[in-house]
Design a protein around this ligand. Structure first.
Ligand code: CP
Length: 304
């Protein structure tokens, strides 16, 4: 039995196979419409979500399976003090696979250790969000044809942003990747990430002004400043509108640069940018369904 805790749990070769399957599902969904007949996915979300939970549920329903779960810790017995270890032992008897989001780093890993069914980390605190990374990589591959030899700008909250941490870790395994980290001082990418890049001779630079680096980028990965990760409201208010991508900044970018965002967006991308053909974030959210369908099939060892 296999779980997914980190984007590094799959080799690059395994990711290729997963993305081939996701692309096959996108092209021919009818072929997979009954692949999970009789199977049940549990979504155990202790933290809010729209895309991750609903795309997992959509994925299982589109595969012919069924779903159950909770979308809020307060409506589960966590509110009475039940541990994730006890919860997953019980869920193991109710479902065949579980996607879990939790505000505490490592909680899905604790669950996996006690689980009889595959557990997927659907986001744990500021740590990892591996299925978002699978979504991001599939989007890059589908829209550009490959994942190598790109300059990727990551902008916004690089300190607390789990999508950013997971994506960087996954991308370092592809040749020719160069990173540009764009953030205010207070939200710089953590040292453990830059230490890992230095150790692997991966080129990167850290800047504050987005305008200065726009012309270099092949992808711009925007992120939200996350109110829920701040310890005080004053810091959040000071930093929340530090970056706003608008049409004037898009004019500085390459004609084929693509803008990604894990979403939800607050103010960091002006809605006028949505009409720019380089805005790929809503397509990206759709790729999340295909890759989660492929992941469910892979972890349940179902071949079609
Ligand atoms: N990208 C993402 O994780 O979105 P949700 O928080 O809505 O699941």
């Amino acid at each position: 039995m296999r779980h997914l805790m980190s984007p590094m749990d799959f080799t690059v070769q395994e990711l290729d196979t997963l993305f081939d399957l996701a692309s096959s599902i996108e092209k021919n969904p009818a072929k997979y419409a009954h692949a999970c007949d009789g199977k049940i996915l549990a979504t155990c979300f202790y933290e809010p979500s729209t895309r991750t939970r609903l795309s997992f549920e959509s994925a299982m329903l589109r595969l012919g399976g069924q779903v159950l779960g909770f979308s809020d810790a307060s409506s589960s017995s966590a509110s009475k003090g039940e541990s994730v270890s006890d919860t997953i032992r019980v869920i193991s008897g109710y479902a065949d696979i579980c996607a879990m989001r939790h505000p505490k780093e490592g909680a899905p890993m604790v669950a996996a250790e006690k689980s009889d069914i595959p557990v997927i980390n659907a986001g744990d605190g500021g740590h990892h969000h591996p299925t978002q990374t699978l979504t991001d990589l599939l989007t890059i591959r589908s829209l550009k044809g490959h994942i190598e030899n790109f300059t990727i700008g990551l902008c916004g909250d690089l300190k607390f942003g789990r999508t950013v941490h997971s994506l960087i870790k996954a991308l370092v395994r592809y040749p020719g990747i160069r990173f540009v980290f764009i953030s205010p001082e207070e939200l710089r990418v953590p040292d453990y990430i830059t230490d890992m890049l230095k150790a692997n001779d991966i080129p990167y630079e850290e800047v504050i002004r987005l305008e200065n680096v726009m012309p270099e980028l092949d992808f711009l990965y925007m992120t939200r400043v996350q109110r829920e990760r701040f310890f005080n409201e004053e810091d959040y208010v000071r930093l929340k509108d530090f970056y706003i991508l608008d049409t004037a900044k898009m004019e500085l970018a390459k004609k084929d640069m693509l803008v990604l965002h894990p979403l939800p967006r607050v103010n960091e991308i002006s809605v006028e940018v949505d009409e720019d053909p380089r805005a790929a974030y809503f397509k990206q959210a759709k790729y999340g369904v295909y890759v989660r369908m492929a992941l469910i099939l892979t972890l349940l060892n179902i071949t079609v």
